[in-house]
Design a protein around this ligand. Sequence first.
Ligand code: IVH
Length: 676
Amino acid sequence: MDKKLIKKKYNEKLELLKKYNRKYYNDNISVVTDADYDILKKDIIDSEKKFNFLKSKDSPSNLVGFKPSKIFKKVSHKVPMLSLSNAFSEDDLINFEKKITNFLSINQKFEIQYSAEPKIDGISASLIYRRGKLFKGLSRGDGKEGEDITENLLTINDIPKIILSKDFPKEIDIRGEVFIQNSDFEKLSEKFANPRNAASGSLRQKDPEQTKKIPLKFIAYTFGYEKGLIVNNQSDFLKKLNEWGFKTNPLNTLNSGVKNLMKNYQEIEKKRADLDFDIDGIVYKVNDFAMQKRLGNVANAPRWAIAHKFSSNKAISQILDIEIQVGRTGALTPVAKIKPINIGGVVVSNATLHNEDEINRKDIRIGDTAVIERAGDVIPHILSIDIKKRLKNSKKFIFPENCPSCGSKTIKEFNKITKKVDAVRRCSSEGYYCDKISIEKLKHFVSKEAFNIDGFGKKIVENFWKLQFIKYPQDIFKLDYSKIEKLDGWGQLSVKNLIYSINQKKNISLERLIYSLGIRHIGLENAKLLSKHFTSFSKFKNLSVQSDYEDLLNIDGIGETQVNSIKSFFSNKTNIKVLNELEKVLVVKNAIQNSEDGLLKNKTFLVTGKLNGISRAELKSLIEENSGKTVSSVSKKLNYLIIGDKPTKKKIDNAKKLKINVIDQAEFMRMLNKTS
Ligand code: IVH
């Protein structure tokens, strides 16, 4: 082969690798199997060794990971950029509305007004204006911290740079979506898989001159913090946005009640194919700002909004193999390895089969031809199989009885709530006995919502695990960097970056730490509740010796399932060792209490009966905001029993016996200097 051809082949491979990296690090999509990725990488490095004229700054021997984010300054969002929960059906919407009426304690017949806004599939951005001037522009980032992409955003014509309107707030963070129209994307389609990637790639260009060449558009739809905004609802806010010179979605409407939302959904879905921009659903927002404020947020998403997604993309392909993956909680998930196929711009080679029951019910077999569905960001799954195309020699798939990773017995648990045996089969081992579970636990530990260690992604966990650098979470903080420096693909600089990222995360909030431990049934929201309850790491850790588990049931939101899971976590010696070791290497910040000396300081409350105009959940938030606590039963620990309509007589009698103050709603409100 001549030099030119070798160089050409090398460059092609390098481009392919860069594309895979971009997908993996920017979009979280694995376009190839890990094995194929490794082969390609090795191939490139081998050719470099063989032909010393082959060199590139993009060579995998220089590359740790693809991290364009390093080039932009990180800036905290004053008000976090939340995500949205999804709805897929009318039932989901009914449920969404029910939760709202329950929370606000309003009659279910009350017609709530919603702003319905077609959800453009682009990249969200936050624009901060001060005295009418665009001052800074940020990307969403992880929702709490974004990147300063002001220069790139300034190149977008749709974004007003100066706003002179008298009623434009003194300070406001206007948020919206940056996107590319489909007609413009056609000209760029060679470079990017879909319009969303094109928008994301262009926005994060290092050089704004490059961004300028891409016809990016912007539509505005919400705000973060503000000073001097004088509107009371979302539909008026959207009107104001137009008056101030922003573009808004021309298909936004105001609707009331689920029936009308469904009608609007169907109408928009019909128009979808003819639009010049991609929409993947409709966002519904409770129109009234006062209601939004009362509803507040759960974990990462507001209670007052939801995204109603459109149906997905489907394709037909063949199941080449069925692999059993072991997850962090021991769940055995069958995954179909399918002949790679492009579904809606993404190459899919894996599809989940959910669980054992699903395989049996659909009698899914290796070799079958199947319909694969990819909806939004969810993992693609097998919808159905075509029996007519089944191969003659195909055999029924037998689900393994033992964990394919550690050989432990697998079990199907009995769910006390549904009174049914779980569909999921699980590895019965505890702690870090099972290798696959341990790796998954470590991946969870470093993940975005947990320790979020920059540059320490899933691939690195797998790699360091194989090299036996890490087995337990604490090992991450005790790495022997001199060994890492000698590894293929690592150099002094990348190790320096890694040390920096790891050290930075040694300071951690209790809430994140609890979440990171990956205790089953303890997600973000529960971790937050536990952190508020324990306030310090040492008190949390004390559970192992003090085992006052019953007390945990007093935390609203924590039930028997969670308590049992916490119990089983603390009954495992390895877990205790992990906690002890983590305590040595971390500085865990205590949980911040809702104002420490509010009006209800050191007071505990319990409600019996129905309240007027306020739900239990809202009352609980109100008590906590004012430093009070709620308990779940009448005991000596209780200070006030609040009685509503039709109270439980026994509770009142018990309270009186214990000389507990029995008050009504009005009296409670007076304690807060409020009238109800
Ligand atoms: S409101 C607090 N309105 O959807 C609610 N978001 O999954 C979140 N999006 O990151 C923002 N159209 O990128 C809102 N009309 C709209 C939207 C919209 C698209 C995107 C946005 C956000 C994501 C949430």
